[in-house]
Design a protein around this ligand. Structure first.
Ligand SMILES: *Cc1c(COP(=O)(O)O)cnc(C)c1O
Length: 327
């Protein structure tokens, strides 16, 4: 067996780099959630993270390890939103120029926030593309070659994966033993980092991944024993519209994740409403994946202590309003 891309020491080193830079996000409880699920539920609220999602952790951990030469030429990223903001903000904090390749149908708030983080930074820009007709990897590779920039992928990179794992590490160090940890899955950066952190601290913990029903590529990949590629899935969980897990993330998922389950868009909407109404929390559709599996009864953890990562809270207000009060 070849070694996994990251070890617990990488996540601990990332936590030290993020100390005083990333927020130590709150762990939220809800009596209603506990009653409904019969479990003790601990929500790690990464919707309260800087730029509104856990992605800041991985982006900053990657850029903070650039060499002086890499710092001068800068970082390139392609992303449907939160990774873009993470790299743009990290670049601003570290004085590193960033070019972000984004789909032209990315949520307006994410596009605006990314540009705002880059404002006034020489050499920084957003480049738009059509994700249904153009190949973002090819566009990214061309710009990287032209400007000598370092490509930071949204999930398939050891420094990104290690950074993402710091949220689960904080959760477990704060609340102690957990029987299960529910984590949303796009390309698998968050769950691979989370699984390494969780299984190192609590070897018996059951780490469960949650994907949108329409985009269950990782679930298919686990069943098949190899990475399965799917069409761009149609789901409101825009942070999980990935077509395949990564070459580095998938082996970690295979080794350390118990299973992947799926939830529907309707279940995500009900979960978003639960967070707004009962907990006064704005959680974006993708951020609801883990919680939806538990609150909607896809996962039954009666009598157990369960951690859930709320991965982010970035959602356009008009779109959010539509989810809360469907017409
Ligand atoms: C990126 C993202 C995910 C998925 O993370 P992966 O590391 O790609 O699996 C989940 N939720 C939010 C809010 C995200 O931005």
């Amino acid at each position: 067996m070849t070694a996994l891309a990251i070890q617990i020491a990488d996540i601990e080193a990332a936590a030290a780099r993020l100390q005083g830079v990333a927020h130590r996000t709150p762990v939220l409880r809800s009596r209603t959630a506990d009653e409904r699920t019969g479990a003790q539920v601990f929500f790690k609220a990464e919707n309260h993270q800087r730029m509104g999602a856990f992605k800041f952790r991985g982006g900053y951990n990657a850029l903070a390890q650039f060499t002086p030469a890499q710092r001068r030429t800068g970082a390139l990223a392609f992303s449907s939103g939160n990774h873009a903001q993470a790299v743009a903000l990290s670049g601003r904090l570290l004085g590193i120029p960033t070019v972000i390749v984004m789909p032209n149908d990315a949520p307006a708030a994410k596009l605006a926030a990314t540009r705002a983080y880059q404002a006034g930074q020489p050499g920084s820009a957003v480049v738009l593309y059509d994700r249904y007709t153009e190949d973002r990897a090819a566009i990214g590779a061309r710009i990287a070659a032209e400007r000598g920039m370092t490509l930071i992928p949204p999930y398939d990179h050891p420094h990104v994966m290690a950074g993402q794992g710091t949220a689960a590490l904080e959760l477990i160090d704060e609340v102690g033993p957990l029987d299960a940890l529910l984590v949303c899955v796009g390309g698998g950066g968050l769950i691979s980092g989370s699984a390494v952190a969780a299984r190192a601290r609590l070897p018996g913990i059951c780490v469960v991944g949650v994907e949108p029903e329409a985009g269950n590529d990782t679930q298919q990949s686990l069943a098949r024993g190899e990475i399965v590629h799917i069409e761009v899935p149609q789901t409101i969980a825009d942070g999980a519209q990935t077509q395949a897990s990564g070459q580095l993330t998938f082996p970690v998922i295979q080794a350390l994740v118990a299973r992947i389950v799926t939830v529907s868009d309707a279940q995500l909407v009900r979960t978003m409403q639960f967070f707004a109404e009962r907990m006064k929390e704005v959680v974006e559709p993708t951020g609801c994946l883990g919680a939806a599996a538990l609150l909607e009864g896809v996962e039954d953890w009666r009598g157990a202590r369960v951690g859930v990562i709320l991965s982010g809270g970035n959602v356009d207000l008009p779109r959010y309003a539509g989810f809360l009060a469907p017409t």
